[in-house]
Write a protein that binds this ligand. Structure first.
Ligand code: COI
Length: 355
C-alpha cells in the first residue's frame, strides 16, 4: 500500500528541537511529544488546508462542544524503525477506515485520506529522528478529532479540528498485569458507541478501573452489559484466552472495538497453525478452565499494549493465578508480530508501509 500524499500541506518549522533533552531509555507512555503536530480545521462544510506546525497548546472557546458533549474520537498507531533506518507503519489503512467509522457514529465529518494518511506521511518524514531503533522502541501516533464549534446546544458541532500528535514510546504496561472481570459496571451497550474509538468510551472506564487499581489490579475485562456472562475486551486492549492449545477471542460487535492488533493476531496465529476460535467466551468456562488447569494463558492485544500477558484474574472475590507455559502463545505471537513490524521477519501479509 502507498500512502497518498497529494494534499498541499503548509509547513511551519519549529525554531529548535527538544529531542536532545529526551531520555529515550526511560519513557513513560504518552508524556513526551515531538516538535511538530499536524492540524486541519473543518469550517463551512469543508476541510481547510492542513498545517504542520510546532507542537503547542490550542485555544478554544469554553463553550466548544468537545468540552460539554465529548464529541471527540481518536486512533492509536505506531511507527517503527528498521535496521536500515527506514520508518514503517503497520496497517495504517485500517486505522484510517476505523477513524472515519468512528466519525460517522459521532456525527462528525469524515477526514479525507490525503489529510489523514498523506498528512501523517509528511509529519513522519519531518519527525523521523524521533523514531528510535530497536525492539520495543516506537513512535506512538495519536490522530484525533474534536468538535471545536461553540455553543452549548446539545447538537453536533459545525466546526472540527483534526490533529495528529506523536509520542516516543516503549511499553504501555511496565509491570505484571492482573485483571478483574466486571460484574457490575459496563464499558458499552448494544446500540451505543462501544465499537467507535470515542473519547467517552475511555473516560467511562476510569472510575471502575480506579476501584480495580485500588485493589491491586491494572485493568478490567469487560463483560456484556445485559448479562455480565460474556468476556469482551479490556480497557486498552482486546483479549485472547488459551484453553489447552486453542485460542479464543470474542467476535466484534457493537460493544467491542475492531482492534487492528486483534485482527492481525487472528490471521497470524491461524497461519502459524494455531486453532483460533472467534466466538463468545463465557466467564463460566474461563473460571472452570482455571479451576481444572486447562486455562493456559490470557493476553491482551492492542497498539499501545502490543501483546501483553495477563498473570491472573479476579472474579467474585476469588483470584485465579495463571500458569506460565513454556511454549507461551503470547510470547510466540508477539515475536512474530513485532518481527513483521520491525521488518525482521518477512511481511507475507503486506501489512507494513514504508515512509
Ligand atoms: C491504543 O492501543 O493505541 C489505544 O488507543 C489504547 C489507548 C487507550 C492507549
Amino acid at each position: 500500500m502507498e500512502l497518498k500524499t497529494t494534499t498541499d500541506i503548509r509547513i511551519i518549522k519549529a525554531d529548535s528541537s527538544k529531542i536532545n533533552s529526551v531520555d529515550f531509555e526511560n519513557l513513560t507512555f504518552g508524556n513526551i511529544f515531538t516538535d511538530h503536530m499536524l492540524i486541519c480545521d473543518y469550517n463551512n462544510g469543508k476541510w481547510e488546508q492542513p498545517v504542520i506546525m510546532p507542537y503547542e497548546p490550542f485555544t478554544l472557546d469554553p463553550s466548544a462542544k468537545v468540552f460539554h458533549y465529548g464529541q471527540a474520537i481518536f486512533e492509536g498507531m505506531k511507527a517503527y524503525k528498521d535496521e536500515h533506518d527506514d520508518v514503517w507503519l503497520f496497517r495504517p489503512d485500517q486505522n484510517f477506515d476505523r477513524f472515519n467509522k468512528s466519525a460517522v457514529r459521532l456525527a462528525m465529518p469524515e477526514v479525507p485520506e490525503d489529510v489523514f494518511l498523506g498528512g501523517l506521511h509528511k509529519l513522519l518524514e519531518i519527525e523521523k529522528e524521533w523514531v528510535k531503533k530497536g525492539f520495543g522502541n516506537a513512535l506512538y501516533i495519536r490522530p484525533f478529532m474534536i468538535a471545536t464549534g461553540s455553543g452549548v446546544v446539545a447538537a453536533p458541532s459545525t466546526q472540527y479540528r483534526f490533529t495528529i500528535i506523536l509520542s516516543p514510546a516503549k511499553s504501555y504496561y511496565s509491570g505484571e498485569v492482573k485483571v478483574v472481570i466486571a460484574e457490575h459496571f459496563s464499558r458499552a451497550a448494544n446500540g451505543g458507541i462501544g465499537a467507535a474509538k470515542a473519547a467517552g468510551n475511555y473516560s467511562g472506564q476510569f472510575y471502575p478501573t480506579k476501584l480495580a487499581n485500588e485493589q491491586g489490579f491494572q485493568q478490567i475485562i469487560w463483560t456484556d452489559d445485559a448479562t455480565h456472562t460474556k468476556l469482551e475486551e479490556a480497557g486498552t486492549m482486546n483479549v485472547f484466552f488459551r484453553i489447552n492449545d486453542t485460542l479464543y477471542t470474542a467476535p466484534i460487535s457493537e460493544r467491542i472495538l475492531d482492534g487492528v492488533t486483534r485482527k492481525s493476531i487472528i490471521e497470524l496465529a491461524t497461519k502459524e497453525g494455531i486453532d483460533v476460535q472467534v466466538r463468545p467466551v463465557l466467564v463460566d468456562e474461563i473460571v472452570e478452565a482455571a479451576k481444572n488447569g486447562t486455562l493456559q494463558e490470557i493476553f491482551g492485544a492492542g497498539t499501545a499494549a502490543v501483546v501483553n500477558p495477563i498473570v491472573g484474574f479476579s472474579y467474585k472475590e476469588t483470584y485465579y493465578e495463571l500458569p506460565k507455559p513454556e511454549n507461551s502463545f503470547a510470547t510466540f505471537i508477539k515475536q512474530q508480530l513485532t518481527g513483521i513490524q520491525y521488518k525482521q521477519i518477512e511481511d507475507t501479509f503486506g501489512w507494513t508501509v514504508k515512509i
